[in-house]
Structures are given as structure tokens and as C-alpha cells.
Design a protein around this ligand. Sequence first.
Ligand code: ZDR
Length: 377
Amino acid sequence: MLQVLPFSKYQGLGNDFLVLDGRSLGDPEDLFGLTPERVQRLCDRRFGVGGDGVLLALPPREGGELRMRIFNADGTEPEMCGNGIRCLARFLADSDGDVPPRRWEIETLAGRIVPALAEDGRIRVDMGVPFLTPDTVPTSLPLGPEGLPFGELEVLGQRFAVAAAGMGNPHAVIPVDDVAAIDLENLGAALEVHGAFPARTNVHFVQVLAPDHLVMRVWERGAGPTLACGTGACATLVACHLLGLADRHARLDLPGGPLEIQWDEASGHVFMTGPAEAVFDGVVAPSLFGEGSEVNEAAPAAAATMPAMDGALASIDCATACVNGCLRPEACASAEARASVAALLEGRSLDDLVALAGESLESRTRGRLSRDAPAAP
Ligand code: ZDR
């Protein structure tokens, strides 16, 4: 039964994830009691923690060092996640005190993926061989002479030349003259569910600045527009190279920053190099997953459980802090929290409070650093 759920928030180029460490879970398939609804709630940026997805580090099954599962913000489970696996590698290094050239053999639904710590602080990931046939993407676009599925699709009354490539997960790649002019919200949403992609698809519009420098915008399957997409950047470089638009090694500028992508000729593997950073650690309150509360009704549900205010609390004016006005003036959702902060401030000096925060952070950091290394495979 779920009590409290500790998590670490990480981001890679602004593609952000909640990492749950289940490497020592007794029953790994319990998955911390996660359901699609709970993933949606965790990823909700207003009523939850906020994230583009949830990453699980799990014990291995097929000889790797560990296994990764990822859930999109909508609760669906994709096969792979490039930015996510960089975040997971950084999390493992932070948790276990690893330094370069540490690498991990990680089992995913897209096969064995191998991230490694680079000396410059970035993470270089062997993303494996791209999938370039219609049935492996999957797509109904026919295999073109360029060596990948390619064809014209009509969306919202416009026709686009669309290439498709798989990195375990499906990607539609659309070269355009000006990415900034693309109506990503509407075109991305329509293409994600286009009939040519039976498993839905991630959607990327790309503009070629030079053969070694591309700029792209991303619509992620199950998450909408995001600031970066690792698997998408790999698929985009592969597609652009096969279409004669890009070199095998290029910088891809995403809204959240650049990724370096190399499609190695000898091995056929795609290598992705980019950053991943810790944001914060936290613990999810059990009430976030309260019985009977629907995903988009968290605020009214929370207000309904608030105790009645007494006269002193009623004098607290929180209206200025509530962007959309008070949700429930007769039982303001922030009154209790404000009262306990006021009590804490009354009884302690600023020095005491700074020391308290420092001790808490230190004990959490020490606990994290002293956590056992994963069992050897
Ligand atoms: C785009 C992605 N974040 C990455 O970095 O590769 C992957 C997330 C999964 C994606 N939304 C999908 O394939 O459903």
C-alpha cells in the first residue's frame, strides 16, 4: 500500500521527469502503486508535482544493470525516452557517487540502451540502431528510395512531406523552411493521431540551417509540445541525413537547448550527447492520490477537507496570493499552512530557521549519498 512516495526531479534541456528509484523494490511490478491516473496527477503542473513524464529505475531482467520504464504525462508508456535516460543516468550518478567514465547497460522496451558519463559533465548515450521500415516504426507511409518511410500527408487542409523513423518509439519528421512559423499546437495534435501512425507518433518540424546545424520544434506523443526530445533529435538527424539534408554528425537546437547527435557509419548506432541536471528531491503527500478524487478536481477536493477557520485565521487575507481569486473563501485552502508558518516564524529566529533548513537538506543529501550501490548483475 502506498504511503509516501519519494521522488527526484530531473530535467534535460527542459524536458522534465520525476525519477522513482525502485531498484530495491521487493515487488518491482507493484511500481509504487502507480496507475495512469496517478502518473497524470504527478505530472500535472498545477495540481501535482509537474513533469513531462515519470521514470522508474527497476531491477534488471535480461542481464543489464537495471531496467527503465517511462510513463508519459498522459499515463501512457512509451518504449524509450532519450532525455529521460540521460536524466536517469545523472540520477544514478548522483545517488551512487559515480564519476566518468561510468556507463550503465539499461534495459528498455526499445532494447539495451547505454548512457555514459562524459568528462565534460554531459551524458553520451548509445541509442542503438534506428528503425527505418514501415512496420518497425510503425507507419503506413511507404518505404521511399531514400531508405526510410516517406510520403505526403494532409493535415488540417495542408499537405506536408513527412519522413518517419523509429528510435524504439515512432517519430514523424517534417523538414520546413521556417520552424518558427509552424502552428505546432494544432498540427502536432493532428499529426500525433494521424491514421498513418497506428501507434500514434511524436512529431518534429525541422529547419536546416547548415548540414551540421539543424533547429527543430517538438510535439511529443502523450505530452504535447515539450522543450526537447532526445529520441526525436536522433530520429530527426537520421531522417535529414537520409533525405540528403544533413551530415551524419550535427548540432540540433531544440527549444530547451542543443543536443549533439552522431549517426555512426561503422556501427549504425546513433549517439546522443547532452546535459541532464537535478532539480530537487521531494516526497509526494499521500493525499495527492486521495481515494475518489478525480485528476482535475484536486483543488476543490483539498478545500473540502480543510478544517473550519477560527477568528484569527479568518483575518488572514490570501486573496492577493491566489492568482485566480480564492477558491473557497469560507475555508481557504492556504489558511492552515499560513497559520503554521506564522507560528513557526513567531517562535524562532531567522538564524534558527536557516539552520533548520540546512540540517534537513544535509540529512537528505547524506542519506542519498550513502545509499547502497545497485547489486552487481
Ligand atoms: C521525446 C522523449 N521525451 C525523448 O526525450 O526521447 C521521449 C518521451 C516518449 C514520447 N513522448 C513517446 O514516444 O511517447
